[in-house]
Design a protein around this ligand. Structure first.
Ligand SMILES: [Ca+2]
Ligand SMILES: [Ca+2]
Ligand SMILES: [Ca+2]
Ligand SMILES: [Ca+2]
Length: 196
């Protein structure tokens, strides 16, 4: 086990992601700091990381890593209180803000290709359920919609108005697209993906 310094005031608000920022073939560590800068720990191989470099990103809140515009470099989607904010990856020079899409939901999200069109989509946890923004490749996301408005698992309104605490994706009906399991209060709610 090794400890690495990531920067001042990493505190509990920090989120961690992995991406090969310098494209040398190994994953580097990104830590988002509360003051809207990002600490980058470059992977030096053999389970060792360099001292942090800092990127002024403006990204606040949690983030997810994925190649949104499909240029081969990872991008970031940050989630603030009302929006999914897209930052396009530029390699070692960091990320630039490409736009923001209202999610109507606070704080957390995940990236997954729900409709299997090759473009990452955004799934956000909302108060009372789960919402989806389909990737358009522009790079941007479409309007939000409820997940699985009708489905064979018998769940009608996303998570039925219950607060969702966690999400996992699994192709439960083996039709080739990822379905969703949501931890909603005392239950696990299964939502079939009906977006295709
Ligand atoms: Ca690397
Ligand atoms: Ca990209
Ligand atoms: Ca998609
Ligand atoms: Ca499925």
């Amino acid at each position: 086990m090794s400890d690495y310094f990531v920067g001042r005031a990493a505190l509990g608000a920090a989120t961690i992601g992995f991406t090969d920022l310098d494209q040398d073939g190994d994953d580097d560590i990104l830590v988002n700091l509360p003051q809207a800068e990002m600490s980058v720990l470059s992977n030096e191989g053999a389970a060792a990381f360099a001292a942090p470099a800092f990127l002024q990103t403006g990204v606040r809140g949690s983030f997810e890593v994925g190649d949104i515009d499909r240029d081969g470099r990872d991008d970031l989607v940050a989630f603030d209180r009302e929006n999914a904010i897209l930052w396009i990856g530029q390699g070692t020079s960091g990320f630039f803000r490409a736009g923001s899409t209202p999610t109507g939901a606070a704080g957390r999200g995940q990236l997954v290709d729900l409709n299997q069109d090759g473009l990452l989509d955004v799934v956000v946890i909302d108060v009372g359920g789960v919402r989806v923004l389909l990737g358009t490749g522009d790079p941007s996301f479409g309007a939000t919609q409820a997940f699985g408005a009708s489905n064979s698992f018998g769940v009608i309104d996303s998570a039925g108005g219950r607060d969702v605490e966690g999400l996992a994706f699994l192709d439960m009906d083996e039709d080739g697209d990822p379905d969703l399991a949501a931890a909603a209060e005392r239950d696990v709610v299964l939502l079939e993906n009906s977006l295709r």
